[in-house]
Design a protein around this ligand. Structure first.
Ligand code: ADP
Ligand code: ZN
Length: 436
């Protein structure tokens, strides 16, 4: 029979009970950090708060935030909360937005992290019958290691492919009959395209599901990947600072990700004022890890923009859900005074029937910001007349203007001319930074 949950009791625990569990763990964690991390103690002292002030989740807001800047500042050992002898693993961020941050894990930390990934795999329909192809990078990046461990825990046959070498990915996917694919959504789209180039139809592979995350992707991108691979595509979220993927994962509803609240308490704050926002409002996601031993962060500001919702889910899980993050505060481009997230542009492109292969180029010419968007044509459109292409460019520019309020210059470029991503896609080139 198909297994519905990996840890039913936790995943379906009534919130009142979960809150009690969180409170106990939070009180213990604050004491652990105070006793073992001098830097944390100084942050708390600056805010005039001691462990005696923290009695439960309701007191969370009294604690200071910690940010990526603190982590970089304290690199490498400054936030370690246990003796190095007790640690068994180091992983590192991808360094998407600057210097890499390293995180430490005890054996128990690794175990809890892998459990979260196992929950994600089971929620995507995984069981011991499955062959899980892991196309996330192995190594310092948390994607490969996390899902690899989760897949073992579920008892799936695990294919540790790592990212890249797309030819081999396809060969093994077909020969070994992979049923679940785990990789970044941009790499999934690329694999889908490569399968088509090999002459395979979506129904030719044995895949039934994909677990994709590590970068923002839109609903439109989900539909594109599902159609290309003939699967259901589930979102998964996480970050090195809190462990890695599996902090939150999607269920069969495919409508937001359940947060593993027994390990992480989420909050949404106003990124400008730090004020905690009520449920349902959009803001910056903050996490407190209440079970980590080696590298426990309290109120870590992720810079990811999203919304939290607690409600009944048809899957039976009671864990709060986070919506798809629309990007990070530092992905937000300010173009001619208008706030633009790359994901908004992706939404329009795919809705208008274009490929998900695009690049956004921002520059400043004569003190005015310029926005150029290169989009690959489909091979079919490639044979269109110059007049038809120019009309298509103008139509797309108008649709983007409608969404953003500013008019971009759209360039339809030849198929296969934009570099494909095997990991986190680089969608934006901001040349203004070079002039500054
Ligand atoms: P880096 O911050 O260097 O990219 P990580 O590899 O730890 O380091 O990536 C974590 C970040 O990746 C998150 O903070 C978030 O911005 C992004 N991310 C992870 N999963 C998702 C997802 N499902 N949707 C959107 N963004 C995601
Ligand atoms: Zn659910």
């Amino acid at each position: 029979m198909e297994q519905r949950y990996y840890q039913k009791e936790i995943e379906t625990m009534p919130y009142a009970q979960m809150k009690k569990l969180q409170s106990e763990r939070l009180v213990r964690q604050v004491r652990h950090v105070w006793d073992n991390v001098p830097y944390y103690r100084s942050l708390m002292e600056k805010k005039g708060v001691t462990p005696d002030d923290i009695h439960g989740v309701e007191d969370l807001h009294l604690l200071p935030f910690i940010s990526k800047a603190d982590l970089r500042d304290q690199y490498p050992y400054g936030l370690l909360a246990t003796d190095l002898k007790n640690c068994v693993r180091i992983q590192s961020t991808s360094g998407t937005t600057g210097r890499r941050v390293v995180a430490f894990y005890t054996l128990k930390d690794v175990d809890l992290w892998e459990e979260c990934c196992a929950r994600a795999i089971v929620a995507a329909g995984g069981s011991r019958e499955d062959v899980v192809q892991i196309g996330y990078g192995y190594g310092l990046f948390t994607g490969g290691a996390g899902l690899h461990g989760g897949s073992h825990k579920v008892g799936c046959l695990t294919l540790p492919m790592s990212s890249g070498n797309t030819e081999r990915q396809i060969q093994f996917m077909m020969d070994l009959r992979a049923t679940i694919l785990c990789c970044t959504p941009s790499y999934a789209a690329y694999i889908g395209e490569a399968l088509k180039d090999h002459g395979y139809k979506p129904s030719d592979n044995h895949l039934k599901a994909g677990i994709f995350g590590a970068e923002p992707w839109t609903e439109e991108m989900r539909h594109d990947i599902e159609a290309k691979l003939g699967i259901k595509a589930y979102d998964i979220y996480g970050l090195t600072e809190t462990s890695g993927p599996g902090v939150a994962f999607e269920c069969e509803e495919q409508n937001g990700m359940h947060v593993c609240e027994d390990n992480f308490i989420p909050e949404i704050i106003d990124p400008d004022t730090g004020e905690v926002l009520p449920e349902g409002e959009k803001g910056e996601l903050v996490f407190t890890s209440i079970t980590k031993e080696a590298f426990p962060l309290l109120r870590y500001r992720t810079r990811d923009i999203c919304v939290l919702h607690r409600g009944k889910c048809s899957c039976g899980r009671t864990l709060i859900k986070m919506a798809k993050p629309m990007g990070r505060t530092d992905d937000m481009l300010i173009i001619r005074g208008v706030n633009v997230f790359p994901s908004q542009i992706e939404t329009v492109l795919l809705k208008e029937g274009h490929t998900p292969n695009y690049q956004i180029i921002v520059d400043r010419v004569n003190n005015t910001d310029t926005l150029d968007i290169n989009v690959e044509m489909t091979p079919e459109a490639f044979s269109d007349t110059v007049k038809a292409l120019s009309a298509a460019e103008q139509k797309l520019a108008a649709a983007i203007r409608l969404m953003l309020g500013i008019t971009p210059k759209v360039h339809l470029v030849a198929p296969k001319t934009i570099t494909r991503s095997e990991g986190k896609a680089v969608r934006v080139i901001d040349r203004r930074k070079l002039h500054d």
